[in-house]
Ligand binder design. Sequence first.
Ligand SMILES: [Zn+2]
Length: 327
Amino acid sequence: MSDHAGTRCAAPGSAVAPAIAGIDIGGTKISAVLTDAEGALLAKGVVPAPASEGGPAMADAAADLVLRLCDALGASLAGAGVGAAGVIDQERGVVVAASATFTGWTGFRLADELVARLDVPVWIENDVNAFLLGELRWGAARGASDVLGIMLGTGVGGAIALHGALHHGTHGAAGEIGHTPGFSALRCTCGQTGHLETLASGTSIARRYREATGTEATTPEIADRARAGEASARAVFDDAARATALAASTTASLLDLDLVVVGGGVHAAWDLLEPGIAETLRSDGPVSGIPLRVVPAEISADAVARGAAALAAARLADPETTPLVAV
Ligand SMILES: [Zn+2]
């Protein structure tokens, strides 16, 4: 981050209090919210992500979206938080590693680039970490302190909160549950074999359904077919549910967790996941006997952006703070 304190939004003296931006940068879209200091939602918007055009184009798109929301609201900007895809060095504000979906993203100095465009302090986090912050502050994990967050989307991501704060690990990569092994004999997007992502991502659900049926369909379409009773469609969701629950049970056993929040696009099919998760928790739950709840995210669509805004709000209030967002 920088110590810039200016703003390019709204003229000085505006009657509206400065807003805090939360930005969700993904491979297909960039969404943003403006909140007040307490996190109340003031505005939100979304634009396509130019992920193949390089880091500066992504930063341009994100900053333009935020500035347009500020203009529409007539508010100045106090700071911004970002939840971005990839492994993030949140101290330096740099993208350390990213999937092949992103061109020129690894090594990109995202925080500095956004400071240059927005002229306010910017803090960045991994998008799944920001999702978990959002769910801790506003969603299904409100009031919890030790939680695993799992996002079932294009890929599978994870994040861990301990004592109400994100656990980053020594290298900033803690919680990367999507690429833990032992779930299947299938090739993963990362090149290794058997990772959770090979069964539980939206991409793998669609691919496995295509391989089983010879039919091309989106994950929501497959979900509708499962609800209509089609066995092949049902099976790929059952496999995703079982793998997700096994990952949840393993992590809960290691860290003594009693809550796992599941978000991401696939969680829209929670009605299809829930039976397989419940069955797996009965057969393979933590031997501690401590009841493990695996629940759907509540603010999933906005959780990354709102969590990123909560991060920025906490840092603006106290730059030295570890953002403790559990309340
Ligand atoms: Zn993998």
